[in-house]
Design a binder for this molecule. Structure first.
Ligand code: NAD
Length: 496
């Protein structure tokens, strides 16, 4: 019998009662490994009411208690990273080293949040008027829901929940139904770290579950990460219901390679950023913009590296790239490659005919040259192991191409010229910029977020902006009676 993946409500693994489930696959074999419960509106209501009660209690906990629970959570993640990585690989398919990498980037957020006593210090203005002090404090918003994508089943939830919980909120995670098991391991870690029951909840689910969270009056804020159409929908509906929403969307990240770039360094960086995790990263590079005569050398340097990439199960230590998340997604990626070829792109390396395992959802890596900005392989987010090279004559032409794109998550420039890099950082209309760094995901003490269709809302994820998102400001203006007028003799000189 296939196993069932339940919810985690009030500190307990809770089987679903809706009767609705979805299959979870091992992408390396294509076999259904489990069925995940999908919560309905009644289950959402129970979870939210439990989380609300927990939030009322949790916000009274001292900062030092919160901090020590976060330190204990850090220890859990560190001690059990290997176990969590295996769970991720089994349902997502990424190689073990990638899974460990995402856990390390998630753990950074727990470390940042452990500094909550420092982060929530607030501001104080003494003597704003005679005898009057004014101070700003930040308080939790209440129940926060996090809705997360399949591609980082541990890191993205940790981007959200560490800060939300540190700020005194309770947090309901609605993970992707495609790889739901990591969420339950994270829940177990929170429990063992000493977090009170109800402060961290997992509601397995799909669109029906998300709709119920959006409709629920007691959900105060929603952190979303996923594709652009859903991000826009969550932002519009959530804010129309009076919730605060940060909704991060899809991406199409460009690398601008200038004629003076170190071609080997650029090729190594672009190969790992384009094909790592089978291209299923929101910060994956999917377009290389080659300026002037660097194009031939760059295409050659990338194409000689590709045959060395080993495609296979993520559990095999020799594997560089695992399968895609589903059969449908793999077929969709293939159709983009075919559409690019039909539209006139040159297929330099063809993943469609690669020698890859036939079971599971594998696809080889593809390199397309002479891509133009009217091809779907350029305009659409493909989210697979496909890199397109667009050739331009000048820096200005490359910059204009990047700035015209609807997505603006990350970008990178490859050059030896510091002045050119600085100019690019000034000019480019993208939220995160790498200079000879292909995947510029900010460390946890900065914040993560794109511009344009890559983010709806005005706060970026985690770091200082995460603390702002998960708290609301309160300003107190205070005046105390002059102690000299006290009816009790306090030892102050009297005014009379
Ligand atoms: P997705 O948008 O399909 O799903 C994301 C979440 O939304 C899941 O929990 C899913 O259950 C839920 N969902 C799906 N359809 C819904 C609907 N109609 N109504 C309400 N909820 C719905 O995304 P995905 O395929 O899981 O993840 C890949 C996408 O996420 C890519 O577009 C990628 O670029 C993006 N992503 C962005 C970032 C970022 O930081 N900007 C990070 C990771 C992933």
């Amino acid at each position: 019998m296939t196993s069932r993946i339940p919810h985690f409500i009030d500190g307990t693994l809770t089987p679903g009662i809706s009767g609705r489930t979805a299959p979870v696959h091992d992408p390396a074999t294509g076999v259904v490994s489990a069925e995940v419960d999908l919560a309905n509106a009644a289950e959402v209501d129970v979870a939210v009411r439990t989380a609300l009660a927990a939030a009322r209690e949790w916000r009274t906990s001292s900062l030092s208690r919160r901090s020590s629970i976060l330190f204990a959570m850090r220890q859990q993640l560190s001690d059990r990273a290997d176990e969590l990585a295996r769970v991720i690989t089994a349902e997502h398919g990424k190689v073990h080293a990638d899974a460990l990498g995402e856990i390390a980037r998630g753990l950074e957020n727990v470390e940042f949040a452990a500094g909550v006593p420092q982060l929530l210090k607030g501001d104080f203005s003494e003597q704003a008027s005679t005898g009057v002090d004014v101070y700003s404090i930040r308080q939790p918003v209440g129940v926060v829901a996090g809705i997360t994508p399949f591609n980082f089943p541990a890191m993205v939830p940790l981007w959200m929940c560490a800060n939300a919980i540190a700020c005194g909120n309770s947090f309901i995670l609605k993970p992707s139904e495609k790889d739901p098991s990591a969420s339950l391991l994270i829940a177990d870690m929170w429990k063992r770290a000493g977090l009170p029951d109800g402060v961290f909840t997992v509601l397995q689910g799909d669109v029906e579950t998300v709709d119920a969270l959006l409709e629920h009056d007691d959900v105060a804020a929603i952190s979303f990460v996923g594709s652009t159409p859903i991000a826009k929908h969550i932002y519009e509906v959530g804010t129309s219901r009076g919730k605060r929403v940060q909704a991060l969307g899809g991406a199409k990240n460009h690398a601008l390679v200038l004629p003076d770039a170190d071609v080997d360094l650029a090729a190594d960086a672009i190969v790992s950023a384009a094909y790592g995790s089978a291209g299923e990263r929101c910060m994956a590079l999917s377009v290389a913009v080659a300026v002037g005569d660097v194009a031939d050398a760059l295409v050659d340097a990338i194409s000689v590296r590709l045959p060395k990439l080993v495609v296979g199960p993520g559990t095999d230590p020799a594997t560089d790239m695992g399968p895609l998340i589903s059969r449908e997604h793999r077929d969709r990626v293939v159709s983009y490659v075919s559409a690019g070829e039909e539209a006139g792109a040159t297929v330099v390396v063809d993943g469609r005919s690669a020698d890859v395992p036939t079971d599971g959802f594998f696809l080889g890596v593809t390199l397309l040259d002479h891509v133009t900005d009217d091809m779907t392989v350029y305009t659409d987010e493909i989210f697979g192991p496909v890199l397109g090279v667009v050739r331009v004559d000048t820096y200005d032409e490359g910059l204009a191409l990047i700035n015209r794109n609807q997505y603006a998550n990350g970008t990178a420039i490859f050059t030896r010229d510091g002045g050119a890099a600085r100019q690019f950082q000034f000019d480019v209309e993208v939220g995160m910029v790498g200079i000879n760094v292909p995947i510029p995901v900010p460390v946890a003490y900065h914040s993560f977020g794109g511009w344009k269709d890559s983010l709806f809302g005005d706060t970026h994820m985690y770091g200082p902006e995460g603390i702002k998102f998960f708290t609301r400001g309160k300003v107190v203006t205070s005046r105390w009676p002059d102690p000299a007028t006290s009816t009790v003799d306090l030892g102050f000189p009297t005014n009379s």
